[in-house]
Design a protein around this ligand. Structure first.
Ligand SMILES: [Zn+2]
Length: 344
């Protein structure tokens, strides 16, 4: 065989291995429609425990019902409560039974009612779970703010929920039954203290059945990857720690090193207009909902385009989203889920 023919055949084989025709089914208009609703002023910043947050949860549930994705519990909603001491207005809400018991001894304490929204597609190996998750809550409204008082949280994290809804649609309508069971999870209370993901994992039962967590949090802008350690300090921006243009941060724990390399090749072969900047995560890093999983040694893949000046301000609005980047990153996430859910 001529060398050129051999190379051509090898390339064809690789493309067949990596190419996924269903990425075309992930559409920009649909993602934008979900995003525009979730980040609209009508949802008042989707604060945990407030009416706008509940509307977001109802919306997610309605989409999954229509797609035929099954509720993971008796219903799609996993209802739970979090508690904090009376005077604490900060981030100290807890779901751990020891903290809850302690706070309930106090003469006064604060209670927050929350809900995760979790659906699933059953795999051939029923009890091997891949959890793809994104928090849907954000910071709500600050009545004292002069000007725009609504924290719309378009990048943080309506864009990720929109991506998740589109990916779920492709798996529900186009794909064969996966090897592993896929859980589609929208977490509540991330902005408070990672409450929803912590509650879910703490009450899951046998966490060795959780084979991976794909975490989506802020995937549609450009910005900085802070050093991943407990204090979450924000460093000076440099070319090394900033994702610009088509770049995104692909953060993973060691077990998924091969998967992330495979994803890099798949992105190229599918001609997606995004480019991963990879970082290895240590198991106890704070920062997003992967924390509850990584603390129990579940392998993590985190898609993140970085911190930017609009982070946690009312300026995190839909018109500032890079829709082309969001589309391409959604397709890349879909590929990563496809591999993790189907390969040995
Ligand atoms: Zn977030």
């Amino acid at each position: 065989m001529k060398q050129s023919v051999f190379i051509a055949l090898a390339l064809l084989f690789c493309s067949a291995l990596y190419a996924q025709k269903n990425i075309e089914a992930i559409r920009k208009q649909t993602i934008e429609a979900h995003l525009s609703f979730l980040a609209s002023d009508a949802l008042e910043g989707r604060q945990a425990g407030k009416p706008g947050g509940r509307v977001a949860a109802e919306y997610i549930q309605a989409v999954w019902k229509e797609l035929g994705i099954k509720p993971f519990f008796n219903t799609y909603f996993q209802l739970f409560e979090a508690f904090s001491p009376a005077r604490d207005l900060g981030m100290d809400f807890q779901v751990h039974p020891d903290s809850v018991a302690k706070y309930k001894q106090l003469p006064a304490y604060r209670r927050l009612t929350l809900q995760n929204v979790v659906g699933y597609i059953e795999g051939k190996r029923k009890n091997e779970y891949v959890v793809i998750g994104a928090h849907y809550d954000h910071l709500g409204i600050d009545d004292l703010l002069v000007g725009d008082p609504i924290y719309n949280g378009a990048d943080d994290n309506a864009a990720s929920v929109a991506a998740l809804l589109q990916i779920a649609k492709v798996f529900a309508e186009k794909e064969e039954k996966p090897l592993r069971t896929i859980l589609f999870a929208c977490w509540d209370g991330e902005e408070v203290n990672y409450l929803g993901s912590e509650y879910f994992v703490a009450n899951f039962g046998n966490t060795s059945e959780l084979k991976a967590n794909i975490n989506l949090d802020m995937i549609s802008r450009e910005g900085l990857l802070p050093t991943l350690y407990p204090d979450f300090e924000i460093p000076e921006a440099t070319a090394e720690n900033t994702a610009t243009g088509r770049q995104f941060h692909l953060v993973y724990t060691e077990e998924l090193a091969k998967t992330s390399e495979r994803l890099r090749q798949a992105i190229r072969l599918n001609q997606l207009r995004v480019e991963p900047k990879t970082s290895v995560m240590i198991h106890t890093s704070r920062g997003s909902d992967y924390l509850a999983f990584s603390q129990r040694s579940v392998p993590i893949l985190w898609f993140f385009t970085g911190l930017h000046p609009d982070y946690h301000t009312p300026a995190d609005e839909v018109h500032r989203i890079d829709m082309d980047k969001l589309l391409n990153i959604t397709r890349a996430i879909y590929l990563s889920l496809y591999y993790i859910a189907n390969e040995d």
